[in-house]
Design a binder for this molecule. Sequence first.
Ligand code: AMP
Ligand code: MG
Length: 432
Amino acid sequence: MTRGLGISGNSAIGFLLYHLPMSAVPEPQLVLSFEDARHVVEEHAAKLRPTGTEKLDLLQASGRVLAEPIHADRDFPPFPRAARDGYAVRASDLLHLPATLEVIAEIKAGAAPEDLPESVKSGQAVAIMTGAPAPHGTNAVVMVEYTKPKQDYVEISRAVRAGDNIVPAGSEAREGDLLLAAGTRLTEAAIAVAASVGKPYVQVYTRPKVAVLSTGDEVVPIDTQPGPNQIRNSNSYSLAAQIMAAGAEPVLLPIAPDEPNQLSQLIRHGLQYDLLLLAGGVSMGKYDLVEAVMAGLEAGFFFTGAQIQPGRPVVFGRAQNKYFFGLPGNPVSTMVTFDLFVRPMLDALAGATPRKLVFLHARLKTDVKTKTGLKRFLPAILSGEFEGVEVELAGWHGSGDIATTARSNCYILIPPDRDRICAGEWVPVLLR
Ligand code: AMP
Ligand code: MG
């Protein structure tokens, strides 16, 4: 029997790494609090790197992670840019109001330097449009709202300070500055940056491939008619949808029966991908074989449970140099544990810094009564709008109730020491 104990030196938690024998029962200390379990995943995610890169058309790269840095190809803005429609002036001409200035030219956005007056003198103004270059000699733009044109003159009723409504050349970035580091996710703002420096193609990390392996003798493919004691495989599909939404590529393996040799064979196949997600077979039942089969493959286990509901038997480990999760098979447990634990690994494999799990707060609409002891993540419905957001339980019938979960849009987090939370209290909410 091998039982290697490794404690990571720089870990805040100090996770335990056991090699379980085929018949091993999980050690109680491998059941972690929710926060410790999450931090263990984050520590491992921090060590992961993406596996490859590819060049993509900029728009196809939306949501992907940059594998190259993007630098400013020139100053931003490249010229002192008017930020408002109005009149470019010398601020010192507006000390006494109203002031009347001579309008010597008009400059629209896109104007070339030769369209600009050589230098605007005291007593003069230039009509200017947002996005146009402010002419030499001016140092502010008066908004059109505070002006009244009078033939070749303009009357100005509001003073400005030097610099008002002009974005100085190079104030956002200098030519050569790093605008986006490799590892940046291409949000719409990052796409805008790439577009503005003229990158029709970008080098991004390849999407991680995630193997999905549902287990259970009772589970049948969705295109077959289940027998009276069988159920269709919904977990592979909910997981695939979550994997895709997280920017990774799911690979659905055949359903594994509750039989060690076939399960082992499919697990070994799944471990060839960047990450393996198993669903089912991690509880305490006689035919919950995942941990024992994994132990037979010399797996290390970082945790074999978390003090949460749904999802308490969740497993996280590593075998044959690949990470795997054993997610409980109850369909809501499968979905919740993905949301709570899997995403940092996908972020890291995609080349991005893993995002923290954050909860928003909403006011509880109706009283909640639960059992104490575990941190609960219960399907709930967020309603209202603007600052008046309220939340209430979706009224589920346990961790198999996917229909209620499908009608919900978030989970309410119930702390382990509360058996009753009253309407009107603020509660943490995890959006889905
Ligand atoms: P297990 O975690 O294997 O003990 O399964 C717990 C429950 O989830 C059982 O009622 C299973 O029938 C159900 N279940 C397991 N796998 C799936 C699946 N792939 N799709 C839908 N339900 C499942
Ligand atoms: Mg099972």
